[in-house]
Design a protein around this ligand. Structure first.
Ligand SMILES: C[S@@+](CC[C@H](N)C(=O)[O-])C[C@H]1O[C@@H](n2cnc3c(N)ncnc32)[C@H](O)[C@@H]1O
Length: 203
C-alpha cells in the first residue's frame, strides 16, 4: 500500500473534521454504519474506516476487524481506543487508491470512500471490494452518486460520482440485500446523494 502524503483533498479535509470530533468525543455511528453493523461478523475489513466507530462496534459484537484509512489522526485514535477497550481491531494507515486484496473476509465495509478516487481507481476500487469478499460473505458499499453538488471535500476533478448501475453491476449474480439512495442537504444550498448497496456473494 502506498505511503500517505496528500496536501489537498479529502484526507486533509477529513483530518480537520476528525480533530474536531476527537476533541469533542463524538464517536456515534453514522446511519450507513448502523446499516452495516448487523453484517459485520467473523473476519471483517473496514476500508476507509475514518474514526473506526463501525470497526469498534463490530469488534464489540465479536468480529475480528482489520481497519484501514489514510488519515493519521483517525487511525492513531482508533488504535488507542481499541487498545484501551482490549478489542481485536488491527489498524493501519494506508492510501487505498489502487488497493487490491491479498486475502478474503466474511464481510467488507467500504463506506464513503471510493468517490474520492479518480474515476479509474474508483471503479477498480469497487472490484477490489467485491474480490475481497469470500464466498457466502457480504459486501457493504456506500458511495456518492451523480446529482451530488457538494464539492468541499474533493481535490479538483480527481473524484468520481458513481451511477447506480456501476454499483449494482459489480455485484451481478450476488444476492442484493440492500439497494437504497439517501439525500442530505449540504452547505451552500448543495446536496449529497448516497447510494448504499449490501450484497451477499454466492457460496
Ligand atoms: C466520509 S469519510 C468516511 C469514514 C467512515 N467510513 C465513516 O463512515 O464514518 C471518508 C474517509 O475516507 C478516507 N479516505 C479518503 N481518501 C482515502 C485514500 N486515498 N486512502 C485511504 N483513505 C481515504 C478519509 O480519510 C476518511 O476517513
Amino acid at each position: 500500500m502506498a505511503a500517505v502524503d496528500r496536501k489537498r483533498g479529502p484526507i486533509p479535509f477529513f483530518g480537520e473534521q476528525f480533530d474536531r470530533q476527537i476533541a469533542a468525543g463524538q464517536y456515534a455511528l453514522n446511519p450507513f454504519e448502523r446499516l452495516a453493523l448487523p453484517f459485520m461478523k467473523g473476519n471483517v475489513l473496514d476500508l476507509g474506516c475514518g474514526l473506526g466507530n463501525l470497526a469498534l462496534a463490530a469488534a464489540r459484537q465479536g468480529a475480528r476487524v482489520t481497519a484501514l484509512d489514510a488519515c493519521g489522526n483517525a487511525v492513531d485514535d482508533l488504535a488507542q481506543r481499541a487498545l484501551d477497550s482490549d478489542l481485536p481491531v488491527w489498524v493501519r494507515q494506508a492510501d487505498l487508491e489502487g488497493w487490491r486484496p491479498e486475502e478474503q473476509w466474511d464481510a467488507v465495509a467500504c463506506i464513503g470512500l471510493l468517490m474520492f478516487f479518480e474515476r479509474r481507481y474508483a471503479l477498480r476500487g469497487l472490484d477490489a471490494v467485491r474480490d475481497a469478499v469470500r464466498p457466502g460473505g457480504v459486501a457493504i458499499v456506500n458511495v456518492l452518486v451523480e446529482g451530488t453538488t457538494y464539492r468541499a471535500m474533493f481535490d479538483g476533478d480527481d473524484h468520481h460520482l458513481f451511477t447506480r448501475k456501476e454499483v449494482l453491476d459489480t455485484f451481478e449474480g450476488w444476492a442484493v440485500l440492500e439497494d437504497r439512495e439517501d439525500w442530505f442537504d449540504a452547505p451552500g444550498n448543495t446536496v449529497k446523494r448516497f447510494r448504499t448497496a449490501i450484497a451477499r456473494r454466492p457460496g
